[in-house]
Design a protein around this ligand. Structure first.
Ligand code: NCD
Length: 313
């Protein structure tokens, strides 16, 4: 199987940049890579991925780097703004344009919303948004969708609960934008009043006529869910610490709460967790967040193959 042809040379800035058909091909490729990794071990030989991380990251950066190494390619980059020329005042456009002279593909995470778009406009090589402020995080969404597809066997007809910081959580915004196009999706949004989804996310759902409910009651919100997407309260995006402290522990998922949930409800979390999911939940077969982290590596391998037009021999 080759990489989805239509994606070669393109960038991924927001979910919705790829059609459901292109996504399905990408997930098929991720499945194929998972089954036969040896066929892909050298496809990126001679290629270089640049990972420019202006914000902290564990999974996203390391899974991208591992993905490229497992495809036989190489990696350059930095993991904090202070060690790049951004510290001297260089613009993101100039940094990305320069890095594109050295590499074949650029992955960028930046605290400013829309920064990846500025970067992509200045770049001669494909750019992947690895998170732009509180806006979007499309490759986490690829990870989430692949996990849902693997665990539930489908992406249609799902009742999707999202819980926690729905205001600043970029993974939530991206997942809603992606899931709204699948037939029969319903959303249940569980958050404190002050951390409800922003207006543009409401518009995303309304545009597609997706049913959604907003609630502050976790117990009733969990009724009938096919999946629950837990998120951490995004401390770094708050204007003051008191608000964060007041809101951070409003929704905690423990063994007791899991007893309210349907037996087929899977639990996802983009990670890192702080304490919104108790460690005791990890042993519950419905908890799939560590599998999800592993799926992230395979789907990023597939994405790199697709954007660079690499195929197994
Ligand atoms: C998420 C992010 O950076 O937005 N982490 C990740 O990429 N897996 C979620 C978070 O930081 O809470």
């Amino acid at each position: 199987m080759g990489a989805p042809r239509g994606l070669k040379g393109r960038s991924l800035l927001e979910p919705g940049d790829f059609t459901p058909g292109e996504l399905a091909e990408l997930f098929d490729l991720a499945d194929e890579i998972t089954e036969s990794p040896e066929r892909y071990a050298e496809v990126a030989k001679g290629k270089i991925l640049a990972a420019l991380f202006f914000e902290p990251s564990t999974r996203t950066r390391l899974s991208f780097e591992t993905a490229m190494l497992r495809l036989g390619g190489q990696v350059i980059g930095f993991s904090e703004a202070q060690s790049s020329s951004a510290a001297k005042g260089e613009s993101i456009a100039d940094t990305v344009r320069t890095v594109g002279c050295y590499s074949d593909i650029t992955v960028i995470r930046h605290p400013k919303e829309g920064s990846c778009r500025v970067a992509a406009a200045a770049s001669d090589v494909p750019v992947i948004n690895a998170g732009d402020g509180g806006h979007h995080h499309p490759t986490q969404t690829l990870t989430d969708l692949l996990t849902i597809r693997r665990e539930k066997g489908r992406l249609t007809g799902l009742r999707v609960g999202l819980c926690g910081d729905l205001k600043f959580g970029r993974t939530v915004h991206s997942l809603i934008r992606a899931m709204r196009v699948y037939e029969g999706t319903e959303f249940v949004l569980i958050s404190p009043q002050e951390l409800r989804v922003p207006a543009y996310v409401i518009r995303d759902m309304e545009e597609r006529g997706c049913p959604y409910e907003e609630t502050q009651d976790m117990r009733s919100g969990m009724r009938g869910l096919d999946m629950l997407y837990m998120t951490r309260v995004q401390r770094e995006r708050f204007f003051n610490e008191e608000d964060y402290i007041r809101l951070k522990d409003q929704f905690l998922l423990g063994a007791e709460q899991m007893r309210w949930a349907p037996s087929s409800m899977i639990v996802l979390h983009p990670l890192p967790r702080v304490n919104e999911i108790a460690a005791e939940v990890d042993a519950d077969p419905r908890a799939v967040y560590f599998k999800q982290a592993k799926n992230g590596m395979y789907v990023r391998m597939a994405l790199i193959c697709a954007l660079l037009g690499l195929a197994a021999r």
